[in-house]
Design a protein around this ligand. Structure first.
Ligand code: SAH
Length: 360
């Protein structure tokens, strides 16, 4: 029976209301259930004490609340925590908690693996295993909030874990709507950042969303030739078109688009790159977030020296760009950018475990 497989974790509030109505259960109970699931992290109906016992039993028989399971949890010396989560089909994903950026931030995955194949990213080397469902994306937030007892606190979400959010568009946007529900975690768009290589048709679609997260574009290069080399799946797109789409992107007063730029030693960190980057972003409400490469075995690039990173940052800043250098968090537990890969993948070299913190 279809009703027996109905999974609350995959439903927006209106869908849940409709689903309970077909069971003959009052619609307002849907709002109560949503609160229990999102604000209290419940996975079963027996704990929903403001529902009558017969209603709870009826719901338990007809509905499920599929929730990723915490298989491992590691804490970095800097307070970052990496969660290995197992999904209903046995696949695993990673989600990361970063405690003080200065806000608290959850870094969430949108796919198992990734199809973008960026040459410097371990997740890219895995290839795409499958998309996550909306319930699996939002489920990571439910689980982390519960495990960290943060359900009643404010936190940020960055879609910067495994996967390319715009390559799993519908599930990603549905997950955000579920998390935004007032009867759920009441997440506001300002607290969410969607990071993407900038797949153009999807970016245009995103521009029309009523619930618009902050946008971060993984730029990484200032010439088409180099960008196509670093991000092979961007080969059908030109940088000029991507930047033009960013110029058209709707933004509220004072908002800016973040441009992420992984710094690769002697590849994209020269003075000429800095000059081209300034020119490319001229007139855009932009901020540049430099990410010195997190090295890993099998990644054919090097992290530039701090001196080089500093010089690049200063060149941009002196030309009037807002620049930050991303602190590398959780490198000792392989929770840093581009290091998310499920077990069985390449491991960190011991030398890498000396996590070095760069200042913002
Ligand atoms: N698919 C999305 C989210 C990826 S992860 C995107 O491409 O934006 C978030 C950021 O980490 C991206 O900018 C990505 O390019 C960067 N990243 C990937 N591997 C990295 C590495 N080894 N070192 C530093 N940053 C890396």
């Amino acid at each position: 029976m279809a009703a027996q497989t109905l999974d609350i974790a995959e439903l927006e509030p209106a869908e849940l209301e409709a689903a309970v109505a077909t069971l003959g259960v009052e619609r307002f109970h849907a709002r109560q259930m949503y609160r229990w699931v999102y604000r209290r992290g419940l996975e079963h109906f027996d704990g929903m004490t403001d529902l009558s016992l017969p209603v709870r039993e009826q719901l338990e028989a007809a509905l499920t609340i599929t929730t990723p399971e915490v298989t491992a949890r590691e804490q970095s010396s800097d307070g970052t925590q990496k969660f290995l989560l197992t999904l209903a089909d046995g696949r695993t994903i990673e989600s990361v908690f970063i405690p003080d950026t200065p806000a608290m931030t959850f870094c969430v995955s949108t796919q198992v693996g990734c199809a973008m194949r960026c040459g410097f990213c371990l997740t890219g080397q895995m290839g795409l295993v499958r998309n996550l469902s909306a319930g699996e994306i939002a489920g990571q937030v439910r689980v982390l909030a519960r495990e960290l007892a943060l359900q009643d606190r404010r936190f940020n979400i960055v879609l910067m874990g495994m996967g390319e959010p715009l390559h799993n568009y519908d599930a990603t946007m549905k997950a955000l709507r579920m998390l935004a529900a007032p009867e759920g975690l009441a997440l506001t768009p300002r607290r969410v950042t969607l990071s993407t290589i900038g797949i153009l048709p999807a970016l245009e679609r995103l521009a029309h969303e009523p619930w618009l997260p902050n946008l971060a574009i993984s730029l990484h290069a200032t010439t088409d030739r180099l960008r196509h080399e670093l991000i092979p799946t961007s080969r059908t797109q030109r940088l000029a078109d991507l930047v033009a789409a960013c110029r058209r992107f709707p933004m509220k007063h004072r908002d800016r688009i973040t441009f992420e730029y992984v710094l690769l030693d002697d590849v994209n960190d020269t003075e000429a790159d800095a000059t081209r980057l300034v020119k490319l972003l001229r007139g855009l409400r932009a901020k540049v977030n430099l990410i010195p490469l997190n090295e890993a075995p099998g990644i054919p690039f090097r992290r530039p020296s701090d001196r080089r990173v500093d010089r690049f940052a200063r060149s941009l800043a002196s030309a009037g760009l807002t620049v930050s250098v991303r602190k590398s968090r959780g490198r000792d537990i392989r929770a840093a950018c581009g290091q998310l890969i499920v077990e069985g993948g390449p491991r960190c070299s011991p030398g890498q475990r000396a996590a070095e913190i760069l200042s913002d």
